[in-house]
Design a binder for this molecule. Structure first.
Ligand code: FAD
Ligand code: SF4
Length: 510
């Protein structure tokens, strides 16, 4: 039976069972579309990375003997809409049956379901064979529970896949080494130079500008840095294991103005496009650790496994348990617009200037830069979660809604009212200075809370707690902040709030 099988840009899983045999009755289709380049303003490296990876994936399939229809952005038959392109192909190729892999995005899931409902030929959806938990597994696991504790889900996943386990107990008797993993980079410590892939992507960059696609960020079209094939992704994994894993956990939360990825893996793009399978990343990492236990402590490997087996699967489960309501949540009722310097990095705050400029240059910031710099500022300043989502969904190369929105609206902005985090992740200059080297070179003074050049994070921090007293004061995990706030002399508190109001009024000038 003549079959059309669709691959979306984030479904580049060459190990999928669809490819176990070569069948000339099956045509695989992939498409570059304005529907996808335009649903948010993306970083140019993100669009280029997706298109490059899709093109190479299609080429590999052809070389293996599969029939492939690849529709480029400027193809004259391209209607720029997924359903319209599919209908055209079905007619053109006399297709008798349509198959697709379950999308990871609610938007596309709905679009394809609707499309299939109205289709005259039979259709079927298949698992993408990528994730380690089923779409509804988290919802079933937490059924009847008020809170969705990541730690509980993670422990279940460790047992299920027998990762770092001795029978039913965690290897070395401890589940979690987070407390060991919070060090600042020592003064003269130089992390390893990141492995990058210098590829020429001139033709895609030209295509985007000729097509009038809007984008943000910078790109060196002769030296594209990101892996776009499975082979390159495996090389990045091998590089990570040898050079970064020994220090991964220790400096996981560290930030530095001279280094953009420190010991982070930068594997999120490869993982999210499914060029790598999460289980192979975990198994190879654990194997590497087992062979190098003299130089790699359990805290490093557990920290890494937790991110992929824990956080990544957990976020996906939350997404499917809570969408589409999740995308509307705004617990604090925040409504401020994102200041324009988020799009160009032109702020006097050294920490945010670096995190934003780096994001524009590399389409990447590591977790703590996202959570405790940009996200922290947005939350303290009361930015509308829609604005936060649009920025994060656009700017990062790894940003796909299922993992972006849960991290942004949930973990970072607490707009879900505590489904993901048991308290908002906020910090003042004290935290940022403890974990980074930004404050020494800043226009603002980390030690000042009010007055000339006082660090904005300091007054905004207390303003956040004061204005959200009704919503947060009873949270047992935040009690101490209110004890401190309540003990403050009345005039000191007023000064702090006045300072924060002034900064919020002049947010564009910060
Ligand atoms: P590493 O630090 O090396 O971690 C290894 C892997 O673990 C990552 O590649 C990733 O697959 C996984 N991982 C780590 N933390 C998380 C997490 N919190 N949620 C899910 N997976 C995790 N991640 C995305 O993949 N796409 C996003 O759009 C995205 N948006 C984010 C927005 C905010 C506000 C925050 C706070 C975090 C976001 N994250 C997102 C999670 C995390 O920051 C990135 O996965 C990580 O920075 C990617 O870099 P890395 O590959 O070097 O990660
Ligand atoms: Fe950031 Fe404040 Fe430190 Fe400046 S002083 S780098 S604004 S935390």
């Amino acid at each position: 039976m003549k079959t059309l099988r669709l691959f979306l840009g984030d479904q580049l899983n060459s190990q999928h069972s669809w490819f176990d045999t070569v069948n000339q009755d099956i045509t695989y289709v992939m498409m570059e579309m304005r529907q996808e380049t335009d649903y948010v303003t993306h970083h140019i490296q993100k669009i280029v990375g997706f298109f490059m990876a899709m093109r190479q994936f299609a080429e590999e399939l052809k070389q293996k003997g599969h029939q492939v229809a690849y529709i480029t952005l400027d193809d004259e038959i391209n209607t720029q809409s997924l359903p319209q392109n599919l209908l055209w192909l079905i007619q053109e190729l006399d297709i008798e049956q349509f198959e697709y892999l379950l999308p990871d995005e609610y938007r596309l899931d709905l679009q394809l379901k609707n499309f299939c409902q109205n289709l005259a030929i039979p259709s079927k959806a298949f698992d993408s064979e990528h994730f380690l938990s089923q779409r509804d597994e988290l919802a079933t696991f937490f059924k009847g529970k008020k809170t969705f504790l990541m730690e509980n889900f993670y422990r279940m996943m460790r047992k299920k896949y027998n990762v770092l386990m001795d029978g039913n107990e965690p290897t070395s008797g401890q589940w979690n080494f987070d407390a060991d993993n919070r060090k600042k980079l020592p003064k003269d410590h130089r992390p390893v130079e990141p492995l990058v892939f210098s590829k020429n992507v001139d033709d895609i960059v030209k295509l985007l500008s000729q097509s009038g696609v809007s984008f943000i960020g910078n790109i060196d079209a002769k030296n594209f840095l990101w892996p776009t094939t499975r082979q390159e992704s495996l090389a990045l994994l091998a590089f990570f294991l040898e050079n970064c894993l020994p220090q991964f956990g220790t400096y996981e939360d560290a930030m530095h103005s001279s280094y953009w990825s420190i010991y982070h893996s930068r594997l999120s793009f490869s993982l999210n496009l499914k060029l790598l399978h999460p289980l192979e990343v975990i198994q190879k990492s654990v194997e590497y650790w087992e062979q190098h236990q003299d130089t790699i402590t359990i805290a490093q490997i557990e920290g890494f496994v937790r991110q992929i087996l824990g956080w990544r699967e957990y976020m996906r489960g939350i997404y499917w348990a809570k969408m589409p309501e999740f995308a509307q949540m705004n617990f604090f009722g925040h409504d401020r617009k994102l200041p324009s310097w988020f799009w160009n990095g032109q702020t006097k705050m050294a920490c945010l200037r670096h995190a934003i400029t780096q994001s524009l240059d590399y389409a990447y910031a590591h977790h703590i830069q996202r959570l405790m710099l940009t996200g922290n500022f947005m939350l303290l300043a009361g930015i509308h979660p829609d604005e936060a989502d649009a920025w994060y969904l656009g700017i990062y190369i790894d940003a796909i809604e299922w993992v972006e929105i849960t991290n942004t609206r949930g973990m970072s902005q607490y707009a879900d009212g505590g489904i993901i985090g048991s308290k908002p992740y906020v910090g003042s200059a004290n935290y940022i200075d403890k974990m980074s080297h930004y404050c020494g070179n800043c226009f603002y003074d980390r030690n000042k809370k009010t007055g000339d050049k006082a660090c904005p994070f300091n007054s905004l921090y207390w303003h956040f707690f004061e204005r959200n007293r009704n919503l947060l004061e009873k949270n047992p995990r935040i009690g101490m902040s209110y004890v401190t706030l309540n003990k403050m002399a009345q005039n000191q508190r007023q000064e702090l709030l006045k300072q924060a109001d002034f900064y919020l009024e002049h947010i564009e000038k910060l």
